[in-house]
Design a protein around this ligand. Structure first.
Ligand code: SF4
Length: 463
């Protein structure tokens, strides 16, 4: 029995950000290589701190869904998962035993050798008759001085494609680092130039920074004797799904024995399902058994006729309706008291746990651990000490600053802050729907503390 975890960056602001990871997770679920596929995020839920707890099996493979190695794959994710590793990840990945689970952490999908095929596919879309006589290929990377590894993948792909001899010349150029993209006219000799941005998604860089830097007027732009053909980014190509599958298959091959059902996880969910069979309220939702299936809806929609509600019948349907509040705002923390109304979900007993997981990620596992006095809490000082990069400064936040941020953010949340010494005596397992523990400050709160400190320092930088 094996769990696969796909890790995405996620966003506190944008509900579209998690979409790509959801799609790959669905695809991998369909392929059935793993017994379950779970998503986890840096800035959404389940968070990197929670995600291993939500895995059903004791054999867990974690794939970072990032296009290159760098700060997130080498620092943030290993740290937040508690892998006890910092720095470059070896090609065979990292394996650790954590809380009774064997966790295997792989390289990000973007460094897989088959990404060269994706670059090639993008190049041929932009210029179908690209050839070794008159066409140059330029792979565009972001470039950063923060982590030298993050650009290695671009150079590796350039070398691989150069060796394949399909283009007259192949260059790796960067937005923020030498050799700069802006110098392309000095290095590229061929009359036709295909430029492929090695970026995870279409966004500010691919739509604005790069075209502006180059002076592009569209997909095809002529500069004197040279014509530039600008492709879509590599990360959004359909072939990336095969790259992820290859990586997952490789990782699956390393897990020879597989694992068992995690006893704590099974106990939490078995107990919860017994509650659900008699009807249970959790957070702002209510679950009612109905003729062999379960109905899930907002508590305030109780008594409303089904005809006036949008009905979903899958865990993914629940995931999509609870992602935004009624005003269309993203809900990075699902226990914020803004669960939208106006929907109902009809689910089998088999699907209910996944639907509840999407509704309130990690809440069943953490509430049960709290109920059985097995929940480990992490005080603010420890969370703050762990922060790096732009969040390092929260280490010097005063208790008043943290409390002020919590008054703003946590007062809108159902959870009880155990990390700030608040007490929680009863949970859903004692019949209290809103008794949900918060064992550790979430990234939304950390970001809020940072923002307040920046504003006070006159930086005014917005997270
Ligand atoms: S830190 Fe605050 S906002 Fe974040 S999950 Fe805990 S209680 Fe909710």
């Amino acid at each position: 029995m094996r769990s696969l975890v796909l890790i995405g960056h996620g966003s506190h602001l944008n509900s579209e950000s998690a979409g790509a990871v959801y799609r790959y997770a669905e695809l991998l679920r369909e392929r059935g290589l793993f017994d379950e596929v779970v998503e986890g995020y840096w800035k959404e839920e389940p968070s990197l701190r929670q995600v291993l707890r939500t895995c059903r099996y004791t054999d867990v493979t974690v794939i970072p869904m990032f296009i290159s190695e760098g700060y997130f794959t080498e620092t943030v994710i290993p740290r937040e998962l508690g892998l006890g590793h910092q720095g470059p990840v070896p090609p065979e990945g990292i394996a650790r035993v954590l809380g009774g689970k064997t966790v295997r952490y792989t390289l990000p999908y973007g460094v897989h050798a088959s990404m060269s095929d994706v670059i090639l596919a993008r190049a041929h879309e932009a210029l179908p008759d690209a050839n070794a006589q008159d066409t140059a290929l330029v792979i565009i990377g972001h470039g950063t001085t923060r982590n030298e590894n993050s650009n290695r993948v671009i150079h590796q792909n350039a070398e691989r494609l150069r060796a394949a001899g399909l283009f007259a010349e192949v260059h790796a150029l960067f937005l923020d680092e030498d050799p700069r993209l802006s110098t392309w006219t000095d290095v590229v000799r061929s009359p036709r130039v295909v430029m492929v941005p090695f970026f995870a998604s279409e966004g500010w860089h691919t739509l604005e920074t790069i075209p502006e830097d180059l002076g592009l007027t569209g997909e095809v732009t002529t500069f004197g004797a040279q014509t530039v053909y600008y492709s879509k980014p590599t990360g959004t190509h359909a072939m990336v799904a095969d790259v992820v599958l290859n990586l997952a298959e490789g990782a699956r091959g390393q897990s020879l024995q597989g694992g068992d059902v995690d006893a704590h996880h099974a106990q939490a969910w078995d107990t919860f399902m017994r509650l659900a069979q008699g009807g249970v309220r959790l957070g702002e939702a209510v679950i009612t058994p109905q003729a062999g299936v379960f109905e899930l809806r907002h508590m305030l929609d109780e008594g409303r006729g089904n005809a006036g509600l949008h009905t979903v019948v899958t865990p993914e349907g629940v995931r999509d309706v609870v992602r935004e509040d009624e005003g269309g705002h993203h809900r990075p923390v699902h226990t914020l008291r803004n669960l939208p109304r106006g929907w109902r979900a009809v689910l089998s007993a088999e699907d209910l746990p996944r639907a509840v997981h999407y509704l309130y990620p990690a809440v069943v596992e953490e509430s049960f651990a709290c109920h059985t006095h097995a929940l480990h809490t992490t005080p603010w000082a420890t969370t703050a000490r762990r922060q790096t990069g732009i969040y390092t400064k929260v280490q010097s936040a005063t208790a008043e600053q943290v409390e002020a941020a919590a008054r703003d953010v946590c007062s809108r949340c159902l959870k009880t802050r155990l990390w700030a010494s608040q007490k929680l005596d009863s949970t859903v397992f004692d019949g209290v729907p809103g008794g949900i523990p918060c064992p550790e400050a979430c990234t939304l709160l950390v970001a809020e503390v940072r923002e307040r400190m920046s504003a006070k320092a006159g930086g005014g930088h917005h997270h």
